[in-house]
Write a new protein. Structure first.
Length: 254
């Protein structure tokens, strides 16, 4: 495995389960510590995640991996507090009926946008029918064209920024809200219609996030130990060559 981030270590863990105790599994990483973007540090006697700090609990993969790794009793749901948005001089709950801040209807954003902004959302479904090219398009440019600037500035940018460390103008619709793009590809002719098609009929009350009581680093450690892989840290992989008879030759360099 090249890379001892959570992807490489999960692959090592899975390979051990598939291939059994006899297999020789090696994980190389340029860094001197395991985990890549997942790292838990100790500060004043407490453990803190300094990279990723939670996984989506509404998708099964990560929580199942935690359970499989024997960490079920450590799984916690970080907070039930919901997000809020400061707009029009007041702080309001993050509007329901939106997907990453993109509204399904004008009503959903009435407490957050100006009267003009709400009207623009209302009229979006009467704008020329939306079709998307197969490649990705700037989410910000599309939203500004369909709704004006307020949806981007008050809702989408702050939400996207928290997840992707970037703004809507520089991020793609297909990359960041694939379900909305898929709804347009499937025939929705406006963004509001596409978002409405992706929202669940009955909002779930299940927690959105899950993490481990002592930090996500616990998963990394457990995957590394459980995979019984040979760990080569501080060893960047410089070259990969396909061998004529099958397999790969890996050149490590300092
Ligand atoms: C600050 C921050 C917060 C985040 N918060 C969340 C969150 O709360 N929830 C969430 O789901 N996601 C979050 N993410 C994203 C998540 O952390 C990453 O998607 C995930 O950890 C990536 O795992 P990975 O194994 O694919 O890659 P990485 O963790 O990047 O691991 C790749 C590893 O490969 C090594 N490597 C690279 N090139 C070489 C080479 N040539 N030779 C040897 N080794 C090499 C690197 O040193 C690294 O250790 C966050 C990311 C950041 C940066």
């Amino acid at each position: 495995m090249v890379g001892a981030g959570v992807a490489g270590l999960s692959a090592a863990w899975r390979l051990r389960a598939e291939l059994g105790a006899q297999a020789r599994i090696t994980v190389c990483d340029a860094a001197s510590v395991l985990g890549g973007k997942v790292r838990t540090v100790e500060l004043a006697g407490r453990r803190f995640d300094v990279g990723a700090e939670a996984v989506l609990a509404r998708r099964p993969e990560a929580v199942e991996l935690m359970r499989e790794a024997g960490l079920a009793d450590q799984v916690v749901h970080p907070t039930l507090a919901s997000g809020s948005v400061r707009a029009l001089g007041r702080t309001a709950a993050l509007p329901k009926g939106t997907m990453m801040g993109i509204p399904a209807s004008a009503e959903s954003v009435a407490g957050v946008l100006s009267a003009d902004g709400v009207r623009a959302v209302e009229e979006e479904r009467h704008a020329p029918p939306l079709t998307l090219p197969p490649h990705d398009v700037s989410l910000g440019a599309l939203l500004r064209e369909r709704f004006g600037d307020e949806v981007v500035e008050r809702l989408v940018d702050p939400l996207l920024g928290g997840v992707y460390a970037g703004g809507a103008d520089g991020l793609g619709l297909r990359a960041t809200v694939p379900a909305v793009a898929a709804a347009v590809d499937a025939g929705a002719t406006s963004l509001t219609e596409a978002v409405a098609a992706t929202l669940p009929a009955k909002p779930s009350s299940a927690p959105v996030f899950a993490t481990l009581r002592d930090g996500l680093g616990g998963l990394v450690d457990r995957l590394a130990t459980g995979s019984a892989a040979e760990l080569r840290l501080g060893q960047p992989v410089r070259e990969l060559h396909r061998r004529p008879g099958g397999g790969w030759r890996v050149r490590l360099g300092a």
